[in-house]
Design a protein around this ligand. Structure first.
Ligand code: SIN
Length: 338
């Protein structure tokens, strides 16, 4: 490919293990995430030069466990600005693995472009023997530069697999192959600069999303939405405290098919009486939560998250509430579409 014809890919760094540094190469835990600069990460992969012209930006340098809503807003604004430029063909975001699935879904709903947006990450720090970051970065840029990746929503390139933002979840605390897309499966594969898609995303995203960032900025923060877990011995005090603190929405990571401990359920019914939106998801990690299945959603004014995990259900609920949509049946129709 001649250099004139190379696509241009913006590469944004936010931190994570992919930018992690440890004192010795044999160390793969207890390192510091998010310290190596985007330009040093890029210069470790000279092969990128034959794939795309790169424009790099350091957005943050954090361990993604510390991500907050305002960084999401900043990131989504920047992604939208860059993708609106005619000379940018696609975009890659280097991210920590811990909250990657949340950021991917946030962008899936707030990016207003069909151009490819690909997140990637690493399980081993940059300094480690056999670090996975550089190859994941090369795969992500290859995918972002690929015309076939257009209009597929936000993607994740990790360990040679292409995952959809809605489906992906982290399934291992340490393994290099740390992600899966339970129930739906991967969208495809990227290996040795070859890309193969096996299916399309069917739910609404990006340009078909009704969620726009216009009304959301740092002066006008996203509504508070928190996640509570149902488990043996659950008590109501967390829900009551959240309601007193002004929470606008609660996602329950329920047991099984979104069932809720009766003590917690009573607290959530009280929260509903104070206009807090309540969404039932599951802590199981795969499968769907059926409306009116393990709890009487119609009667209690609850919403079922379907196949969205609790962390992504929180993203959708925050965006819906930010648009002023809080009625259970309106929320349910959003959870059925996105
Ligand atoms: C992080 O999420 O920033 C640290 C862990 C990782 O990237 O694997």
């Amino acid at each position: 490919m001649s250099h004139q014809k190379r696509p241009t890919v913006a590469v944004l760094a936010t931190g994570g293990t992919i930018a992690g540094e440890a004192p010795v190469a044999a160390q793969t835990s207890g390192y510091k995430a998010g310290v190596i600069s985007v330009d040093r990460l890029l210069s470790a992969v000279p092969e990128l030069d034959s794939v795309a012209a790169i424009r790099s930006e350091q957005i943050a340098g954090i361990d993604s466990k510390d991500l907050d809503d305002s960084l999401w807003v900043t990131l989504a604004h920047r992604v939208n600005v860059l993708l609106a430029q005619d000379d940018i063909d696609g975009l890659v975001i280097m991210h920590g693995t811990d909250t990657l699935e949340e950021t991917a879904y946030w962008l899936h709903l707030t990016v207003a472009s069909v151009k490819p947006v690909v997140l990637t990450a690493a399980m081993r720090p940059f300094t480690a023997l056999s670090s996975d970051g550089s190859l994941n970065l090369l795969d992500a840029v290859t995918l972002a530069a690929c015309p076939d990746a257009v209009a597929r929503g936000v993607l994740v390139a990790f360990a040679n697999r292409i995952h959809g933002a809605r489906d992906i979840t982290k399934v291992s605390t340490y393994a290099v192959d740390a992600f899966a897309s339970p129930e739906s499966g991967v969208l495809g594969w990227v290996q040795d600069r070859r890309i193969e898609f096996q299916r399309r995303v069917t739910r609404a995203h990006t340009i078909k999303s009704v969620f726009r960032l216009n009304d959301i900025d740092t002066q006008n923060p996203l509504p508070m939405v928190q996640i509570v877990v149902s488990h043996a011995g659950a008590v109501r005090v967390i829900v009551d405290a959240l309601v007193d603190a002004g929470v606008r929405g609660i996602v329950v990571a329920g047991t099984g098919n979104g069932s809720i401990h009766s003590t917690l359920q009573q607290a959530l019914v009280s929260a509903r009486a104070r206009s807090v939106a309540v969404v039932r998801s599951s802590r199981v990690g795969s499968g769907h939560v059926m409306r009116n299945g393990a709890a009487p959603d119609d009667m209690l004014g609850l919403v079922s998250a379907g196949t969205l995990n609790p962390y992504k259900a929180r993203v959708l609920l925050m965006l819906a509430l930010s648009r002023g949509w809080s009625e259970p049946l309106i929320l349910q129709s959003l959870f059925d579409q996105y």
